[in-house]
Design a protein around this ligand. Structure first.
Ligand code: ASP
Length: 341
């Protein structure tokens, strides 16, 4: 019997890549593989292990992956999610999150919520305790407080300084003096997506983020949009995304990826096809002279039978996965070679 690793390396991945180049002929389904499997963006390396252990211990898939993403949400050093996430243009941290629970066919979401470090749990509370799916802004916060969540200042000293640096450097002629240093403003995006399938084949997904740094107040990205930031169908699989949300929303990328898997495509092919659709839907102002997008984005796909993959526009990104071989990072398939630095 080939191992999962042998199979993925030699058969599905190769078939996926070549079929993507051949405009995506369907790839034969892999034989049954290991379950449970937890799949996440690379920043979920600690979280996939926590989620996996909880699932093996009998926890519900969604509860397990929310525990996984809570690690990043509560980590003040992670500037892309929850506490310590980079703020909007006015220096206010506004968070987005959504989740889906496959077995019960339910979803919950919050957008632009302030002062609550774990929006993934608030999204789940919207799902569990209301007849709605999405709450945003002040209403989402008031709901969270009513549900017993504690308000806290999410702007850390580090992120406040980064915001001031960004603000001061916007215009050298305005009244804000530049910081007397050359600390780079390193990144402007970041998110954690996590998906899991348990031994029975039940599936869930969650995505949580502080969104695009320095965004216009009130901006909501793809993460809280069901079908864009994450999506799960208990009969097929789950998918999620990190990277430029504005590009993802236009193709409903998580939904589309699950739909490609429903058509029988392997996760590797599904994510590549979604990336191709996204490129086709990219407006000219965001294309480089070679016709490729001037941003990057990733899609993560987990099939009900435990197959998984992640895809990125530009080679170099990794994703996190945990199964019976433990937690590890693996390489995303990509549409294009790595961008020169
Ligand atoms: N997708 C997130 C957003 O657009 C950001 C990211 O993942 O980098 O809000």
């Amino acid at each position: 019997m080939p191992t999962r690793r042998d199979f993925l390396a030699s058969t599905v991945a190769a078939a996926a890549l070549s079929s993507a180049q051949r405009h995506h002929a369907p790839v034969a389904l892999a034989p049954p593989l290991t379950r449970p499997v937890v799949l996440a963006s690379a920043n979920g390396l600690r979280g996939v292990k926590v989620a996996y252990d909880r699932i093996v211990g009998g926890a519900d898939c969604l509860d397990a992956i929310i525990s996984g993403v809570n690690i990043q949400e509560l980590d003040a050093e992670d500037q892309s999610v929850g506490l310590g996430g980079l703020p909007n243009a006015e220096g206010v941290v506004q968070l987005d999150a959504s989740c889906m629970h496959g077995p019960s066919k339910r979803a919950g979401s919050v957008g632009a919520i302030e002062g609550i470090a774990t929006p993934s749990l608030v999204a789940k509370a919207v799902m569990d305790y209301t007849d709605h799916i999405m709450l945003v802004g002040e209403g989402a916060k008031r709901f969270a407080l009513a549900m017993g969540f504690k308000e806290q200042n999410l702007l850390t000293e580090k992120t406040r300084q980064d915001w001031l640096r960004w603000k001061a450097r916007l215009n050298k002629d305005d009244a804000w003096l530049d910081h007397n240093d050359d600390v780079a403003i390193k990144f402007t995006t970041g998110t954690i997506n996590m998906n899991a399938v348990d031994a029975r084949g039940d599936i869930s997904s969650v995505t949580t983020t502080s969104g695009m740094a320095w965004k216009i107040p009130g901006r909501i990205g793809d993460s809280p949009v069901i079908g864009a930031g994450q999506y799960c169908d208990n009969t097929v699989g789950a998918a999620g995304s990190t990277g430029r949300g504005e590009a993802n929303i236009k193709v409903c990328g998580a939904f589309l990826t699950v739909e490609f898997m429903r058509q029988g495509l392997a996760p590797e092919v599904a994510v590549l096809k979604t990336l191709e659709r996204l490129v086709a839907m990219t407006e000219p102002r965001l294309l480089r002279p070679d016709g490729r997008p001037n941003f990057d984005i990733q899609f993560y796909a987990l099939a009900k039978d435990g197959r998984y993959a992640a895809g990125t526009l530009y080679d170099g990104a990794q994703f996190a996965v945990c199964d019976d071989r433990g937690a590890r990072l693996e390489k995303c398939v990509s549409l294009y070679p790595r961008l020169p630095r």
